[in-house]
Design a binder for this molecule. Structure first.
Ligand SMILES: [Zn+2]
Length: 471
């Protein structure tokens, strides 16, 4: 198929008057003007479809726990006087006592449709809810264990929504440093090393059946795994895919850093980089509480950092040192994590605003080469997201996957009259959803800001919320 864009953000900058040829989900040519040949059009495939607004690359969401969408907003009332990440986690564990695999699929379908409508075209699902409500492994009708029942719910939801999926089965074994036994609230997350490797292999089998998906792993955090279990998990996935992404929560909370210092005599980032061969396929989620030396060590390892600004604000985690990290040429991606917000625009706005509030300055995350904060952040976060998922996404160029957004020009003309200001205005000044059409892997999944499944999905989701919270 051929698509004509009057205005488009390509990997090397803004361009006008371009025709994109897209075959099997990949951009195979970008040519000037409306047509590459003068021959008469004889089939619909040869017709050139005009894109109705400015085109920008879709955003990759590097960190999602899909089920948490169902209780976003339900933990905003004071319960223990001194609420924190740890009291929020208790609410989450309580909620999980009732949620089965069918519920997980309904929640993920709704979430992924919401993501697409706001401009995320791929999601890295940090998937740790593995077992049934009683903590037992799911079984099929022949009474055989099916470790990937929950993972399959995620694959099915992504297919239903049409979003690209990088599934990261999570290795979770302990309640805290020093191999502490898991508590009651964690029993649905726990797998032995053998079970976990089987789950990862099962996800590779599933991935072959679902288009536009790939598989990585996620050791949950240094408090939930030990060195030997990480080593075995990495060895297993590297035998299946040498480029598979590996994500880990790290240094999100000060208490976690303090506990790590007590147990290992190292901070989490120090310990990880000294004990595990971390490389460009690793994505360190949060990395909130880190020193300058740790930032330098992360950049030297080529790992990227996954920042989740609205969740980190909501949970009271702290502020990632973004300005300093970018000054070192660090690579980052953004994630919606707990889904208190499902908008890449809001994540990037808060990424910049938290720096401004801290430093009492403005336009902090721009560079001499890219003076537009909005454009700098959108392009870097999308490219970092692609790296975090080991996918051919994150920018628009020949050979890249066709994951793109068409912006609503009725809205963009109200807040920007030049490309220099367009993404700044979109991120800092747009009051409504500016994403009009969304293409994933060459297929339209949102048209005129509507998703074909949104009505059904919303009804199922609302019914589920009623049952979970009042039943
Ligand atoms: Zn997380």
């Amino acid at each position: 198929m051929k698509y004509y864009a009057e205005n488009i953000l390509l990997s090397d900058g803004w361009a006008t008057d371009k025709t994109l040829t897209i075959e099997n989900g990949i951009i195979t040519a970008i040519t000037p003007g409306k047509s590459t040949s003068s021959k008469k059009i004889s089939s619909p495939e040869e017709a050139i479809i005009k894109l109705s607004g400015t085109v920008i690359p879709g955003m990759v969401n590097c960190h999602s726990h899909a089920f948490q969408r169902a209780f976003a907003g339900f933990s905003e009332q004071s319960s223990e006087g001194q609420d924190s990440f740890w009291t929020w986690r208790k609410v989450m564990y309580k909620f999980l006592r009732r949620l089965d695999h069918n519920d997980a699929q309904i929640i993920a379908s709704q979430l992924y449709i919401e993501m697409l409508k706001k401009g995320y075209t791929r999601v890295a699902e940090f998937h740790y809810l593995h077992h049934d409500v009683d903590g037992k492994t799911y079984t099929n009708i022949d009474k055989n264990t099916t470790l990937a029942t929950m993972a399959q719910a995620i694959f099915t939801a992504a297919k239903h929504a049409g979003i690209g999926l990088t599934i990261l089965p999570v290795l979770y074994q302990y309640a805290g440093f020093g191999q502490q036994n898991p508590n009651e609230g964690q029993k649905r997350f726990i797998n032995s090393t053998t079970q976990f490797n089987q789950l990862v292999s099962d996800c590779f089998t599933l991935s072959k059946q679902y288009q536009n998906t790939n598989v990585g792993i996620a050791p949950h955090s240094l408090r939930a795994v030990d060195k030997e279990s990480i080593r075995i998990a990495v060895q297993h996935i590297r035998a299946l895919d040498e480029n598979a992404p590996i994500h880990i929560h790290i240094a999100e909370q000060q208490q976690e850093v303090d506990d790590c210092l007590t147990h290992y005599k190292k901070t989490p980032v120090q310990w990880l980089l000294e004990n595990i061969a971390v490389d460009k396929h690793w994505c360190l989620i949060h990395a909130t509480h880190i020193t300058e030396q740790e930032q330098q060590a992360i950049v030297a390892s080529k790992a990227i950092v996954g920042i989740c600004p609205t969740t980190e604000a909501n949970l009271g985690d702290g502020i990632f040192p973004t300005a300093e990290f970018l000054a070192l040429n660090g690579t980052f991606a953004i994630g919606s994590d707990s889904h208190i917000s499902i908008s890449p625009i809001e994540e990037l706005r808060w990424l910049e605003y938290s720096q401004r509030l801290q430093k009492k300055q403005r336009t902090i995350l721009a560079t001499n080469e890219q003076t537009s904060v909005g454009q700098n952040l959108w392009q870097k976060a999308a490219a970092g997201g692609a790296q975090s998922t080991s996918t051919n996404t994150g920018s628009l160029a020949v050979g890249k996957q066709a994951d793109l957004l068409v912006l609503d020009d009725k809205q963009t003309r109200l807040f920007a009259n030049s490309n220099q200001h367009l993404l700044d205005s979109m991120i800092f000044a747009s009051q409504q959803n500016v994403v009009k059409d969304v293409m994933v892997n060459g297929c339209w999944v949102v048209k005129n800001s509507k998703h074909a499944q949104e009505k059904n999905s919303a009804e199922n989701f609302a019914k589920l919320l009623t049952r979970l919270f009042t039943g």
